[in-house]
Design a binder for this molecule. Sequence first.
Ligand code: ATP
Length: 535
Amino acid sequence: MAQEYPLDPKWYEIIGEIGSGVSAMVYKAKCLKISAPNSSSIVAIKSIDLDQSRADLESIRLETKTMSLLSHPNILRAHCSFTVGRRLWVVMPFMSSGSLQSIISSNFSSGLPEPCIAVVLKETLKALSYLHDQGHVHRDVKAGNILVGYDGVVKLGDFGVSAPVYDINFDSRLKEIAGTPYWMAPEVIHSHNGYGFKADIWSFGITALELAHGRPPLSHLPPSKSLLFKITKRFRFSDYDNESSDNTRKHNTRKFSKAFKDMVGLCLHQDPTKRPTADKLLKHVFFKNSKSCDFLVKNLLVGLPSVEERFKMSNYNSNNNKMIRVSNSSLGSSSYNSSTTTPTIEEDETGVFEKQRRVSGWNFNFDGFQMEPVYPLGLGQGHPDGSKRVRFRAELVIPNKRVDLDVFSSSSASPSPAFSTPTEEQEAVVRVEEDPYLDPDPDPEGEEGVVDRGSVMCGLVALRGSLDDQRKNVKELISFLGGEQSLGGETKEEQMVDVVERLRGELEQERRKNKELLMELEFLKVIVSGGPQDD
Ligand SMILES: Nc1ncnc2c1ncn2[C@@H]1O[C@H](COP(=O)(O)OP(=O)(O)OP(=O)(O)O)[C@@H](O)[C@H]1O
């Protein structure tokens, strides 16, 4: 019979650090009380800072107890857990190859070979299928929580351990896990009505992309608390372009099977009800010829540095490359994110206006094997970026110069309640340029390259008249497309201006009336006093 693991820290000798998470440190340790051959004395201890975790100790205890009742070969079950001051120690089996995330960062930065991915995902699915059958949602499926043993055994861990599991309040949970939002299903982000097993299937799909590309989609963005909201509301176009061209470059060198892409596509369906269950996914053709765990030993684990060495290396690299790795902080951590070259979203807020477009979610692109932004009006309507875009163009000809004035108006109405406030973006570009087809400078005496002020003014005045008409058209169009305007086509600002104008008129009238009354009064005074006396 297996020996019981002691509930006292004095029985554990810490060998070294092997990992760190949002509010925890993970250590390799030796249990001094275990000596039986069928119980390993080498363990992993996850030490969770309870002050960082939003859950109360009672709910943690309850959760740990529930989890201890689960038993499956692909689930990493804790030996025991107990508190040490303000920390919770969770003693678990030591998985000597560490997590898939640490394997990827160390040896497979561009992603794992597809046959290895098939093995890992199949084993993870078995764990999910069991968990879901037992009525549990894991809520934190990602490569960092899939652990591999020396023998290639794959286990899903970090449930009943990770902070998110303890947070029953959705809002607090949202804040808590905002540090690593990349794996979160759309319904987890948008809905306040909760979510179910299918959220795990989405995260499973994102994990598949993470294993294939070496990082989850959007992971080049900083995992700040507000990122979660920013990703869904405003996403900088240039970042997406960079990301997609980066990905395209990678994808050109890596080919994935149709079966793999199809399986991932099913998991990443926006509508959770359309995603398959874990059970059904297990029957997908992608897993049909999946290899055994031995295959992982030969193709994944051979030549891999120990988990301790990898952790040391990742810390060293983090410091050298200024990687954002914030442990014991509310920001969360991400080993994927680098602060070196990529501008942050915060920087974006002060960036160029035209680079910002509204995104309502993310869709899986089958051919590109990546996530792509969804625009509120849907792709293919109007401008290729999905927004209804109308371009008004006015042209002003000045001798030897052409002044182009472009007015763009793009308006979007979102079908999603999370984005029910439509936006209008307008942009005006005035360009003065040499026109080789126009007459050469009619005034050879004139200063070269200097536009005549009088002509420009004259032209601009004419242009203003035409712009007023265009403005009216734009207003109507925005209103038609579901903008924030009133039925009359006026913005709130314009309505305010109208009110102020009206009040100003009334004031003016009052003033005039007062003046007349004063004059009448003066006149009456003169009458009463007998009028001007004639000598
Ligand atoms: N039982 C274990 N055996 C061996 N290594 C482990 C074990 N548990 C965790 N680790 C190592 O420690 C690292 C950090 O684990 P931890 O669960 O704290 O972080 P995470 O899952 O990446 O982050 P988060 O706190 O966001 O869940 C893992 O990536 C893994 O390499």
